[in-house]
Write a protein that binds this ligand. Structure first.
Ligand SMILES: Nc1nc2c(c(=O)[nH]1)N[C@H]1C(S)=C(S)[C@@H](COP(=O)(O)O)O[C@H]1N2
Ligand SMILES: [Mo]
Length: 355
Protein backbone atom coordinates (compact mmCIF):
# COMPACT_ATOMS: atom_id res chain seq x y z
CA UNK A 1 0.00 0.00 0.00
CA UNK A 2 1.27 3.44 -0.88
CA UNK A 3 1.65 5.86 1.99
CA UNK A 4 1.07 9.57 1.69
CA UNK A 5 3.52 12.07 3.10
CA UNK A 6 2.08 13.65 6.18
CA UNK A 7 1.64 17.40 6.15
CA UNK A 8 4.36 19.16 8.12
CA UNK A 9 3.37 19.77 11.70
CA UNK A 10 6.56 21.34 13.00
CA UNK A 11 7.57 24.95 12.45
CA UNK A 12 10.40 25.48 9.96
CA UNK A 13 12.60 28.32 8.70
CA UNK A 14 11.10 30.61 6.06
CA UNK A 15 13.44 30.97 3.08
CA UNK A 16 14.19 34.43 1.72
CA UNK A 17 17.21 33.43 -0.38
CA UNK A 18 19.29 30.25 -0.63
CA UNK A 19 22.77 31.45 -1.61
CA UNK A 20 23.71 33.33 0.41
CA UNK A 21 21.34 31.67 2.80
CA UNK A 22 18.84 34.04 4.41
CA UNK A 23 16.01 32.47 6.35
CA UNK A 24 13.59 33.71 8.99
CA UNK A 25 12.68 32.18 12.30
CA UNK A 26 8.98 31.26 12.45
CA UNK A 27 8.74 33.74 15.31
CA UNK A 28 4.97 33.34 15.79
CA UNK A 29 5.56 29.66 16.66
CA UNK A 30 8.38 30.09 19.16
CA UNK A 31 6.87 29.17 22.50
CA UNK A 32 9.74 29.63 24.87
CA UNK A 33 12.48 32.13 25.42
CA UNK A 34 15.23 30.00 23.92
CA UNK A 35 15.27 29.38 20.19
CA UNK A 36 16.57 25.98 19.13
CA UNK A 37 19.64 26.14 16.86
CA UNK A 38 17.60 24.63 14.00
CA UNK A 39 15.06 27.45 14.13
CA UNK A 40 17.56 30.30 14.57
CA UNK A 41 17.26 32.76 11.67
CA UNK A 42 20.14 32.71 9.18
CA UNK A 43 21.59 35.82 7.64
CA UNK A 44 24.66 35.64 5.43
CA UNK A 45 26.33 37.99 2.98
CA UNK A 46 28.28 35.24 1.22
CA UNK A 47 28.44 31.48 0.77
CA UNK A 48 29.45 29.60 3.88
CA UNK A 49 33.24 29.68 4.39
CA UNK A 50 35.55 26.67 4.15
CA UNK A 51 38.26 26.18 6.71
CA UNK A 52 39.57 23.37 8.85
CA UNK A 53 38.71 23.87 12.47
CA UNK A 54 41.49 21.44 13.50
CA UNK A 55 43.96 24.17 12.48
CA UNK A 56 41.96 26.95 14.03
CA UNK A 57 43.79 29.72 15.86
CA UNK A 58 42.67 33.21 16.75
CA UNK A 59 45.28 35.95 16.25
CA UNK A 60 44.99 39.32 18.02
CA UNK A 61 47.38 41.86 16.59
CA UNK A 62 47.82 45.51 15.53
CA UNK A 63 48.02 48.21 18.21
CA UNK A 64 48.75 45.80 21.05
CA UNK A 65 51.83 45.38 23.22
CA UNK A 66 52.17 41.64 22.66
CA UNK A 67 50.49 40.19 19.58
CA UNK A 68 49.23 36.73 20.40
CA UNK A 69 47.53 33.78 18.78
CA UNK A 70 45.07 31.82 20.91
CA UNK A 71 44.25 28.16 20.44
CA UNK A 72 40.71 26.96 21.01
CA UNK A 73 41.91 24.96 24.02
CA UNK A 74 43.31 28.12 25.61
CA UNK A 75 40.08 29.99 24.98
CA UNK A 76 37.97 27.17 26.46
CA UNK A 77 40.16 27.12 29.57
CA UNK A 78 39.78 30.81 30.43
CA UNK A 79 37.05 32.07 32.81
CA UNK A 80 33.78 32.01 30.90
CA UNK A 81 30.68 34.14 30.71
CA UNK A 82 27.19 32.91 29.82
CA UNK A 83 24.46 35.30 28.69
CA UNK A 84 20.98 35.12 27.23
CA UNK A 85 20.99 37.44 24.23
CA UNK A 86 18.58 38.57 21.53
CA UNK A 87 20.19 38.73 18.11
CA UNK A 88 18.10 40.83 15.78
CA UNK A 89 19.07 41.67 12.22
CA UNK A 90 18.91 45.41 11.65
CA UNK A 91 16.80 44.59 8.57
CA UNK A 92 14.16 42.80 10.66
CA UNK A 93 10.66 43.98 9.58
CA UNK A 94 12.09 45.87 6.59
CA UNK A 95 9.15 44.59 4.53
CA UNK A 96 6.84 46.95 6.44
CA UNK A 97 8.54 50.20 5.39
CA UNK A 98 6.51 52.46 3.13
CA UNK A 99 7.88 53.40 0.66
CA UNK A 100 9.79 50.14 0.25
CA UNK A 101 13.44 50.12 1.35
CA UNK A 102 16.25 48.29 -0.45
CA UNK A 103 17.41 44.94 0.89
CA UNK A 104 16.07 41.56 1.93
CA UNK A 105 12.35 41.96 2.61
CA UNK A 106 12.38 40.48 6.10
CA UNK A 107 9.09 40.18 7.91
CA UNK A 108 9.04 39.64 11.68
CA UNK A 109 11.42 36.68 12.02
CA UNK A 110 14.94 38.06 11.57
CA UNK A 111 15.32 37.69 15.32
CA UNK A 112 16.20 34.86 17.71
CA UNK A 113 17.50 34.46 21.21
CA UNK A 114 19.38 31.89 23.19
CA UNK A 115 22.25 31.30 25.55
CA UNK A 116 25.75 32.12 24.40
CA UNK A 117 28.84 31.09 26.34
CA UNK A 118 32.33 32.37 25.73
CA UNK A 119 35.17 34.41 27.07
CA UNK A 120 35.01 38.17 27.55
CA UNK A 121 37.01 39.89 24.89
CA UNK A 122 38.60 42.01 27.62
CA UNK A 123 40.02 38.84 29.17
CA UNK A 124 41.82 38.04 25.90
CA UNK A 125 43.01 41.64 25.62
CA UNK A 126 44.62 41.36 29.05
CA UNK A 127 47.12 38.95 27.43
CA UNK A 128 47.98 41.27 24.54
CA UNK A 129 47.63 44.66 26.17
CA UNK A 130 46.37 47.58 24.12
CA UNK A 131 48.48 50.55 23.05
CA UNK A 132 47.15 53.96 24.16
CA UNK A 133 46.46 55.12 20.62
CA UNK A 134 44.07 52.19 20.04
CA UNK A 135 40.62 53.27 18.90
CA UNK A 136 38.79 50.31 17.41
CA UNK A 137 38.96 46.54 17.05
CA UNK A 138 38.33 44.98 13.66
CA UNK A 139 36.83 41.50 13.49
CA UNK A 140 37.34 39.69 10.23
CA UNK A 141 35.17 36.72 9.31
CA UNK A 142 36.34 33.76 7.19
CA UNK A 143 33.55 34.28 4.64
CA UNK A 144 34.16 36.46 1.60
CA UNK A 145 32.89 37.35 -1.84
CA UNK A 146 32.12 40.20 -4.21
CA UNK A 147 29.93 43.09 -3.25
CA UNK A 148 27.40 44.41 -5.74
CA UNK A 149 29.17 47.81 -5.70
CA UNK A 150 32.68 46.55 -6.53
CA UNK A 151 34.36 43.59 -8.21
CA UNK A 152 36.91 43.13 -5.44
CA UNK A 153 36.75 40.23 -3.05
CA UNK A 154 36.07 41.31 0.52
CA UNK A 155 35.70 39.42 3.76
CA UNK A 156 32.85 40.21 6.10
CA UNK A 157 34.55 42.55 8.59
CA UNK A 158 33.18 44.90 11.20
CA UNK A 159 34.71 47.01 13.94
CA UNK A 160 33.79 47.99 17.49
CA UNK A 161 34.92 51.08 19.37
CA UNK A 162 37.36 50.09 22.09
CA UNK A 163 34.92 51.05 24.91
CA UNK A 164 32.29 48.64 23.56
CA UNK A 165 34.88 45.93 22.97
CA UNK A 166 35.97 46.18 26.63
CA UNK A 167 32.49 45.76 28.11
CA UNK A 168 32.53 42.47 30.03
CA UNK A 169 29.46 41.20 28.16
CA UNK A 170 31.11 41.53 24.76
CA UNK A 171 32.25 37.95 24.35
CA UNK A 172 34.01 35.61 21.98
CA UNK A 173 31.45 32.81 22.08
CA UNK A 174 32.04 29.10 21.51
CA UNK A 175 28.74 27.59 22.71
CA UNK A 176 25.09 28.16 21.91
CA UNK A 177 22.53 26.57 24.23
CA UNK A 178 25.20 24.36 25.84
CA UNK A 179 26.42 22.97 22.52
CA UNK A 180 29.26 24.03 20.24
CA UNK A 181 27.92 26.89 18.06
CA UNK A 182 26.19 25.42 14.98
CA UNK A 183 28.43 25.90 11.93
CA UNK A 184 25.97 28.22 10.14
CA UNK A 185 25.93 30.49 13.20
CA UNK A 186 29.68 30.94 13.47
CA UNK A 187 31.49 27.81 14.69
CA UNK A 188 34.03 27.67 16.23
CA UNK A 189 34.20 31.30 17.45
CA UNK A 190 31.71 34.11 17.10
CA UNK A 191 31.71 37.61 18.48
CA UNK A 192 28.56 38.41 20.47
CA UNK A 193 27.76 42.07 21.06
CA UNK A 194 24.68 42.15 23.32
CA UNK A 195 22.35 45.09 22.76
CA UNK A 196 23.57 45.90 19.26
CA UNK A 197 21.94 44.86 16.03
CA UNK A 198 23.37 41.53 14.95
CA UNK A 199 25.59 42.70 12.08
CA UNK A 200 28.07 43.49 14.87
CA UNK A 201 28.19 39.85 15.99
CA UNK A 202 30.74 38.58 13.45
CA UNK A 203 30.62 34.84 12.76
CA UNK A 204 33.64 32.55 12.01
CA UNK A 205 36.21 35.00 13.41
CA UNK A 206 39.48 34.78 11.51
CA UNK A 207 41.39 37.58 13.21
CA UNK A 208 41.10 40.55 15.52
CA UNK A 209 43.11 43.67 14.69
CA UNK A 210 43.44 46.67 16.99
CA UNK A 211 43.63 49.91 14.97
CA UNK A 212 44.24 53.57 15.81
CA UNK A 213 41.57 55.04 13.52
CA UNK A 214 38.03 54.48 12.36
CA UNK A 215 37.52 51.35 10.31
CA UNK A 216 36.17 52.13 6.84
CA UNK A 217 35.11 48.69 5.55
CA UNK A 218 31.95 48.57 3.42
CA UNK A 219 29.90 46.78 6.11
CA UNK A 220 30.78 49.67 8.40
CA UNK A 221 30.55 52.76 6.19
CA UNK A 222 28.30 51.83 3.25
CA UNK A 223 25.92 49.28 4.74
CA UNK A 224 24.61 49.39 8.31
CA UNK A 225 24.32 53.15 8.16
CA UNK A 226 21.00 54.98 8.54
CA UNK A 227 20.42 57.24 5.53
CA UNK A 228 17.36 59.32 6.45
CA UNK A 229 17.16 61.01 3.05
CA UNK A 230 15.97 59.46 -0.14
CA UNK A 231 18.10 61.53 -2.50
CA UNK A 232 21.45 61.97 -0.74
CA UNK A 233 23.57 60.79 2.18
CA UNK A 234 22.98 63.81 4.42
CA UNK A 235 22.22 63.10 8.07
CA UNK A 236 23.66 59.59 7.98
CA UNK A 237 24.69 57.80 11.18
CA UNK A 238 25.79 54.24 12.00
CA UNK A 239 23.45 51.44 13.05
CA UNK A 240 24.33 50.30 16.58
CA UNK A 241 21.92 49.75 19.50
CA UNK A 242 18.71 47.73 19.04
CA UNK A 243 15.54 49.86 19.18
CA UNK A 244 12.71 49.12 21.62
CA UNK A 245 10.31 46.78 19.83
CA UNK A 246 7.55 44.18 20.16
CA UNK A 247 5.91 41.46 18.08
CA UNK A 248 2.50 39.87 18.44
CA UNK A 249 2.84 36.08 18.14
CA UNK A 250 -0.75 34.96 18.68
CA UNK A 251 -3.26 35.34 17.14
CA UNK A 252 -1.78 35.31 13.65
CA UNK A 253 -2.35 38.14 11.22
CA UNK A 254 -5.62 37.56 9.33
CA UNK A 255 -6.59 34.66 11.55
CA UNK A 256 -10.32 33.85 11.71
CA UNK A 257 -11.57 33.56 15.28
CA UNK A 258 -14.85 32.80 16.99
CA UNK A 259 -16.15 34.79 19.96
CA UNK A 260 -14.72 33.80 23.36
CA UNK A 261 -11.63 34.09 25.47
CA UNK A 262 -8.10 34.41 24.09
CA UNK A 263 -4.59 34.83 25.37
CA UNK A 264 -3.00 37.32 23.03
CA UNK A 265 0.74 36.82 23.33
CA UNK A 266 4.02 38.15 22.09
CA UNK A 267 7.54 39.30 22.84
CA UNK A 268 9.17 42.68 23.50
CA UNK A 269 12.85 43.66 23.59
CA UNK A 270 15.26 46.58 23.62
CA UNK A 271 19.01 47.10 23.21
CA UNK A 272 19.55 49.34 26.22
CA UNK A 273 18.06 48.63 29.65
CA UNK A 274 15.05 46.35 29.94
CA UNK A 275 11.36 46.32 29.05
CA UNK A 276 9.18 48.18 31.55
CA UNK A 277 5.78 47.93 29.97
CA UNK A 278 3.89 46.46 27.02
CA UNK A 279 0.53 47.89 26.06
CA UNK A 280 -2.05 46.47 23.72
CA UNK A 281 -4.85 48.04 21.75
CA UNK A 282 -7.82 46.12 20.41
CA UNK A 283 -9.35 49.06 18.60
CA UNK A 284 -6.64 50.16 16.18
CA UNK A 285 -4.80 52.34 18.69
CA UNK A 286 -7.70 54.33 20.18
CA UNK A 287 -7.41 52.84 23.64
CA UNK A 288 -4.56 50.93 25.29
CA UNK A 289 -4.42 48.34 28.09
CA UNK A 290 -1.40 47.04 29.97
CA UNK A 291 -0.22 43.50 29.26
CA UNK A 292 1.14 41.05 31.75
CA UNK A 293 4.84 40.27 31.43
CA UNK A 294 5.16 36.51 31.81
CA UNK A 295 8.88 36.46 32.49
CA UNK A 296 11.04 39.01 34.25
CA UNK A 297 12.59 41.49 31.89
CA UNK A 298 16.35 41.03 31.72
CA UNK A 299 19.01 43.06 30.01
CA UNK A 300 19.71 41.83 26.43
CA UNK A 301 16.83 39.36 26.20
CA UNK A 302 13.24 39.55 25.10
CA UNK A 303 10.40 39.32 27.54
CA UNK A 304 7.21 37.38 26.82
CA UNK A 305 3.89 39.06 27.47
CA UNK A 306 0.24 38.20 27.26
CA UNK A 307 -3.18 39.71 27.53
CA UNK A 308 -6.48 38.05 28.25
CA UNK A 309 -9.00 39.13 25.62
CA UNK A 310 -12.66 38.32 25.87
CA UNK A 311 -14.27 39.06 22.54
CA UNK A 312 -18.04 38.93 22.40
CA UNK A 313 -18.73 40.99 19.33
CA UNK A 314 -18.18 39.72 15.80
CA UNK A 315 -16.29 41.91 13.40
CA UNK A 316 -12.82 42.91 12.28
CA UNK A 317 -10.25 44.00 14.83
CA UNK A 318 -6.84 45.65 14.49
CA UNK A 319 -4.67 44.61 17.41
CA UNK A 320 -1.56 46.64 18.22
CA UNK A 321 1.31 46.19 20.67
CA UNK A 322 3.61 48.89 22.02
CA UNK A 323 6.61 48.43 24.31
CA UNK A 324 8.34 50.93 26.60
CA UNK A 325 11.84 50.35 28.00
CA UNK A 326 13.55 51.45 31.20
CA UNK A 327 15.09 54.44 29.39
CA UNK A 328 11.56 55.63 28.52
CA UNK A 329 11.98 54.76 24.84
CA UNK A 330 8.59 53.91 23.35
CA UNK A 331 7.77 52.33 20.02
CA UNK A 332 6.64 55.08 17.65
CA UNK A 333 3.39 54.84 15.73
CA UNK A 334 5.26 55.50 12.46
CA UNK A 335 8.64 53.92 11.65
CA UNK A 336 11.77 56.00 11.12
CA UNK A 337 12.13 55.60 7.35
CA UNK A 338 15.67 55.30 6.05
CA UNK A 339 16.92 54.35 2.61
CA UNK A 340 18.38 50.97 3.51
CA UNK A 341 15.52 50.04 5.81
CA UNK A 342 17.24 49.47 9.16
CA UNK A 343 15.89 49.47 12.69
CA UNK A 344 12.13 49.20 12.01
CA UNK A 345 10.36 49.45 15.36
CA UNK A 346 6.94 51.00 14.82
CA UNK A 347 4.07 49.70 16.95
CA UNK A 348 3.27 46.14 15.80
CA UNK A 349 -0.16 45.36 14.42
CA UNK A 350 -2.25 42.49 13.12
CA UNK A 351 -5.82 42.16 11.87
CA UNK A 352 -8.18 39.41 12.87
CA UNK A 353 -11.78 38.61 12.02
CA UNK A 354 -14.19 37.31 14.64
CA UNK A 355 -17.13 35.49 13.08
N1 LIG B 1 31.14 36.42 9.19
C1 LIG B 1 29.91 36.91 9.12
N2 LIG B 1 29.31 37.37 10.25
C2 LIG B 1 28.06 37.88 10.21
C3 LIG B 1 27.35 37.98 9.00
C4 LIG B 1 27.97 37.49 7.81
O1 LIG B 1 27.41 37.51 6.71
N3 LIG B 1 29.25 36.97 7.92
N4 LIG B 1 26.09 38.54 8.99
C5 LIG B 1 25.77 39.43 10.11
C6 LIG B 1 24.36 39.79 10.16
S1 LIG B 1 23.85 41.09 9.18
C7 LIG B 1 23.48 39.19 11.02
S2 LIG B 1 21.90 39.72 11.16
C8 LIG B 1 23.92 38.06 11.86
C9 LIG B 1 23.11 36.82 11.54
O2 LIG B 1 23.50 35.75 12.35
P1 LIG B 1 22.83 34.31 12.20
O3 LIG B 1 22.97 33.87 10.76
O4 LIG B 1 23.53 33.44 13.17
O5 LIG B 1 21.38 34.50 12.55
O6 LIG B 1 25.30 37.73 11.69
C10 LIG B 1 26.17 38.81 11.44
N5 LIG B 1 27.51 38.30 11.38
MO1 LIG C 1 21.64 41.54 9.72
Amino acid sequence: MKKFHQPGVKPYLITKSLNPENQETPIQFINNNIVDGNLFYRRNHFSYPHFTSSFYFLPIHGFVHTPRTFSLQEIYSLPSRTIKVVLECSGDKRDFFEPKAFGEQWEKGAISQGIWKGVSLRTLLQYTGVIDAAKELVFEGYDYGERPDSDQMVNFSRSLPIEKALEPDTIIAYEYNNQPIPFKHGFPLRLIVPGWYAMASVKWIKSITVIDKEFKGPYQTVDYVYYPNKEDDSGKFPVTTINVNSTIQYPLNRQLLTTGLYHIKGIAWTGKGSIDKVEISLDDGHTWETCQLTSTSEKYSWVSWNYQWEVLKKGEYTIKSKATDSHANVQPSKPFWNRKGYGYNAVDHIKVKVE
